[in-house]
Design a protein around this ligand. Sequence first.
Ligand SMILES: [Zn+2]
Length: 211
Amino acid sequence: MIIFGTKSTPSVINTGEFNCPNCHDKRNYTLKRYKKHFHIFFIPLIPMDNLGDSLECQKCSSSYVPGSILTRDEYSPENPLGNNNSANYLGIFPSAFGTRLGAYVLDLILIYLLIVAATFLTSGLLTIFIGFIYFVCCDFIFKGSSIGKLILKIKISEIKEDNLPTATNIIIRNVVKGICGLFPPIYLVALSNEKLQTLHDKISNTIVISK
Ligand SMILES: [Zn+2]
């Protein structure tokens, strides 16, 4: 059994209508982006190379180079969602799950150093409590970034536009994040949706994005 390695994983980045050259008719298309991911147990964790985009007819399954079918307004490699899909994303792209995981590991190391420095007795609940204080303070001081997120140049934003979430949402986000910390695999919920939102992102209407 392959425990880890790399594999090509497609993600749907847009859908729409086009005139399919094969069907000679108006069809729905799916625009897919292929990325090479480092995977562990078939869970694509760290995005690596971009392998390119492909436009596929939903009826006959023919694949096309997106740039040869769609106009510049509808598709460009830099802005694959085009200008007509703004209601969905408003130009905000989620940061890769691997980057978030990296930032989280960096923060955990710092939190454990804090615990050692404070010479507390370590217990799961205490870690989560200190983690909560750490993340809330960082989110306010560094405007949506923990130190790990600062190093990896990512931050929390409101889901609707590139804005620092409200103080209430920052607190709610960190309470839910702390509770989820009791069972860390729950963070993998992020891999189940396009915006890569964890449970604490969803409940607080936030998204983690690149700076
Ligand atoms: Zn077709």
